[in-house]
Ligand binder design. Structure first.
Ligand code: ZN
Length: 489
């Protein structure tokens, strides 16, 4: 397999060799479901969706696991240390799982709009408490964890004596110690770097489970180690996530698996870079947490217009996943224009008629695209190559050059493979198809269906067939079913 991927652990590009011939196991840290998905969720989802699509395209059977963090995690709530899901549930008088389901449904809706494929398995942390408890027991048995007042902590110093805590991030514990300050309520730890594997629940904490140590809940880093092992085995091919998860989350995952199993779990660690908005990090203090829904309907004050999900997807793929991306209205408008140009080329390609004799030799675009994808998913290079191909399509469409049936066929397969299948761009949609446009368009087709049904009722077969055939010529699929008519593009 010619594919090379950048491994954050070895800090170089490596040829991708699956551990098991013909199979690839891939784990990606999924969303914490206590709020709407924002731009920060879109990039890892799209990056690893593209990898998932490409590995499958290469003929591998891929098991793609993307977890749902619904237990919450203490480390990230600076306000109170209270589990975020629980906090929101208490405030809204809801069952915690109601909050989780609500945001999970919305997350799925947003991902579907971005044409992000569903993973093979989407396990919930709350559904794997038993596996996490087992994992803790193994780390305790190996001597790399200790119990303290009902909680269990990972012993970073002891681990670091036998192994190296910091292999992934390149940090060492001396430096970490000098920059870590002891926070309130953490006196039960032996060392400020120690992280919780199990946390005893305080009385007001509403999400808790029984364990040998206390009624409590697992630490955040643990769920990925436990669920990764359950579904992908003790050792698997790829673990991905955003760069912000590299430390401490993924560093702790490595320490946990080495402590419990005696060896690491992951062969290739992959991290997508972050997204900034107008040059600033996303953060509450900047008021620039733009949700995906706000992008789609343009309702956030920082946005001058709505942007369709395909524009967001195209914009993200215009950068290689390891480079930073800065969102601004100007940049998104440029992406919208570029996508429209690409889709116009695609539409013109569908209408090209072949000439008996071709008068031009086309570059080997497909090989160029494969080489780009093989080079650590160089999607901007793929897009540039497709634009090159568009130039030929436009010239042929304007009658300036002539293409043979075979050349048109290979251009069609180029776009269907790279633009539609691998980059995941829905080519049937316009880039500026805001939801209002889409609704109007669907309404117009429905109206034609009604006229056709009425014609049929009058036994006016000529009109009914005319509507069906003309729609078919435009690329619509009209099907008569028991429950009426169904159409799709
Ligand atoms: Zn994770």
């Amino acid at each position: 397999m010619a594919l090379t991927l950048y491994n954050s652990l070895t800090r170089r590009k490596e040829p991708f060799k699956p551990l098991h011939e013909g199979y690839a196991g891939m784990y990606v840290c999924g969303p914490t479901v206590y709020g709407d998905a924002h731009l920060g969720h879109a990039r890892p989802a799209i990056t690893f969706d593209t990898l998932f699509r490409y590995l499958r395209h290469k003929g591998l059977k891929v098991r793609y696991v993307r977890n749902i963090t619904d237990v919450g995690h203490l480390e990230h709530d600076a306000d109170s240390g209270e589990d975020k899901v629980a906090k929101k549930a208490r405030l809204e008088q809801l069952e915690p799982m109601e909050v989780v389901q609500h945001y999970l449904n919305r997350y799925h809706r947003d991902m579907e709009a971005l044409n992000v494929l569903s993973p093979s398995i989407e396990p919930h942390a709350s559904g794997h408490i038993i596996e996490q408890i087992e994992y803790i027991k193994q780390i305790l048995e190996a001597g790399y964890a200790y119990e303290s007042e009902g909680s269990v902590y990972f012993d970073v110093e002891k681990y670091n004596r036998d192994h190296h805590y910091g292999v992934l991030s390149g940090r060492n514990i001396e430096d970490l110690l000098s920059t870590t300050r002891e926070l309130d309520g953490q006196q039960e730890k032996r060392n400020p770097l120690d992280f919780a594997l199990w946390k005893k629940a305080s009385p007001e904490h509403i999400m808790h489970w029984p364990s040998p140590w206390s009624e409590g809940f697992p630490g955040w880093h643990l769920e990925c180690s436990a669920m990764g092992r359950k579904y992908l085995g003790e050792e698997f091919d790829i673990h991905g996530g955003g760069m912000d998860l590299l430390f401490p989350h993924h560093e702790c995952e490595i320490a946990q698996s080495v402590a419990a199993q005696g060896h690491p779990a992951v062969k290739t660690w992959m991290h997508n870079n972050m997204i900034t908005i107008n040059g600033k990090k996303m953060g509450k203090s900047y008021n620039n947490f733009i949700t995906l829904e706000q992008f789609y309907d343009g309702s956030h004050p920082l946005l001058t217009q709505p942007y369709s999900p395909m524009v967001i997807r195209f914009f993200i793929l215009q950068a290689q996943y390891r480079s930073t991306v800065d969102f601004s209205n100007e940049a998104l408008q440029a992406a919208e224009k570029a996508l429209n140009k690409m889709l116009e080329g695609y539409a013109r390609l569908q209408k090209l008629s072949a000439s008996e004799k071709s008068d031009v030799t086309l570059p080997d675009f497909a090989t160029q695209c494969y080489e780009a994808m093989d080079d650590d998913l160089n999607t901007p290079m793929v897009i540039a190559t497709l634009f090159d191909a568009c130039r030929y399509i436009n010239q042929a469409s304007d009658g300036l050059i002539h293409l043979s049936a075979q050349q048109i066929g290979s251009l069609k397969s180029l776009f269907d493979t790279f633009l539609v299948e691998l980059l995941g761009i829905r080519a049937g949609e316009g880039a500026d198809s805001s939801s209002a446009d889409t609704k109007a368009y669907a309404g117009a087709v429905d109206l034609l269906m009604e006229v056709r049904a009425e014609a049929k009722g009058r036994k006016d077969w000529a009109t009914s067939d005319l509507i069906r055939d003309r729609l078919a010529a435009l690329g619509f699929n009209v099907k008569d079913t028991k429950n009426g008519v169904e159409w799709s593009l």
